[in-house]
Design a protein around this ligand. Structure first.
Ligand SMILES: [Zn+2]
Length: 387
């Protein structure tokens, strides 16, 4: 009978600690008295929780609020700007982009590293995080957590990459082991990169009120991140949003996944480049393809606009299934520019049953900065203090 109440007390205490932090995050600066009132906790409880949060360097005391009248001026509390830090690393076919942010999501350091040998990915990840810490003048103890975003099917619980048509890593690759060895005691989270981009769009984008949003991530592959009912939706086993392997033409080209006519095999940038070349070779690199489209190259326009029509078919399916308020077209394909977005929009079917397609807002991402870094940093904060 003794152990259970202690465990319950711990859970209650942790939940109260998270509540106090989240109040300061959303509404700070606040005094201890205001915190107690808004949290519905006693002043004594709040004082002891605040003492812990101060010791953890996630909360800081700031100057007293301007005096109103002649009353005593309380010390104000806010989320610390120079204490703990959030690290996020996105991996793609060319390498990795790592960022270090403070607890208010302001960038402290960022770096992009090419990775020649993905077998040594773990070391490259750990080196990138260590480099960011050095650049920002922080030590490893300042890390609140690290979030890794990869274009892959994941076993997030065990930190493993199950399959990726972009990275082509062996099944079961341990993605986080080296990070955990190099940064012992620091939580390391593994997420699908498109899911992080969707989350960043919801949290930091212009439609923070969007209850349902799909981020269609078109680059070396095609993926989607899904927000459903205001929450990240990753499916029963974390694999939701694998729209790249939805069949759009059963007689289409062979996909790297082994099936034919997948959306990714027909509309991802490598597929478009191959179609531009037309001779079985790889064709132009992504950046040259995007640039030629923007410059109005007629062959590239014809190929990419056909890609836009195929993407629209994928979006039609998503809209029918999820009925999102917002579909964000993101990833490298956003580099095609507004004409490409217009081509996708023009190819969307009017939905049957009167659910007008014009109610779905289709647009490019509008958040400033790297969406994997922002989404990943937010996941670190959520895991530390409850979502
Ligand atoms: Zn496929």
């Amino acid at each position: 009978m003794e152990a259970l109440p202690v465990a319950n007390l711990q859970a209650v205490k942790e939940s109260n600690r998270n509540k106090v932090f989240r109040l300061l995050f959303a509404q700070g600066p606040l005094s201890r008295v205001e915190l107690a009132r808004r949290a519905g906790l006693s002043p004594t409880t709040v004082s002891s929780l605040v003492a812990e949060l101060l010791a953890e360097r996630v909360v800081a005391e700031t100057g007293p609020r301007e005096a109103r009248g002649s009353g005593r001026r309380p010390t104000m509390l806010e989320v610390s700007a120079d204490g703990r830090v959030l690290a996020a690393v996105g991996v793609d076919a060319s390498g990795l982009s790592a960022a270090l942010l403070d607890l208010r999501f302001r960038p402290l350091a960022a770096r992009t590293t090419s990775v020649a040998d993905f077998a040594a990915l773990g070391d490259a990840l750990a080196d990138a995080v260590a480099g960011l810490l050095a650049e920002a003048g922080r030590d490893a103890a300042a890390l609140l957590g690290i979030c890794l975003g990869v274009p892959a099917l994941l076993d997030a619980e065990n930190g493993r990459i199950l399959a990726s048509t972009v990275l082509m890593l062996p099944e079961g690759t341990d993605a986080v082991g080296r990070l955990r060895e190099r940064f012992p005691g620091t939580p390391v989270h593994l997420e699908n990169d498109s899911a992080l981009k969707a989350y960043a769009e919801q949290v930091f984008g212009p439609r923070g009120d969007a209850r349902s949003l799909v981020y269609l991530d078109v680059g070396a592959g095609v993926g989607a991140g899904i927000i459903l009912d205001g929450r990240r939706f990753t499916g029963a086993y974390g694999h939701a949003g694998e729209i790249g392997h939805m069949t759009v033409d059963p007689h289409g080209p062979l996909c790297r996944c082994g099936n034919r006519g997948c959306l990714e095999a027909m509309a991802a940038l490598p597929a478009l480049s191959r179609a531009v070349a037309g001779d079985g070779t790889d064709g132009p690199p992504a950046e040259a393809l995007l640039q030629a489209y923007r410059a109005g190259d007629p062959r590239v326009r014809a190929v990419a606009d056909e890609g836009a029509r195929i993407l629209a078919r994928g979006i039609d399916n998503l809209v029918a299934l999820i009925n999102p308020q917002v579909v964000v077209l993101g990833g490298e394909a956003a580099g095609f520019g507004p004409d490409f977005l217009a081509a996708v929009r023009a190819a969307l079917r009017p939905l049957a049953l009167g659910a007008g397609r014009d109610r779905v807002e289709l647009r490019f991402s509008e958040i400033p900065g790297d969406p994997v870094a922002l989404g990943g940093a937010r996941v670190v904060l959520d895991r530390a203090f409850g979502a």
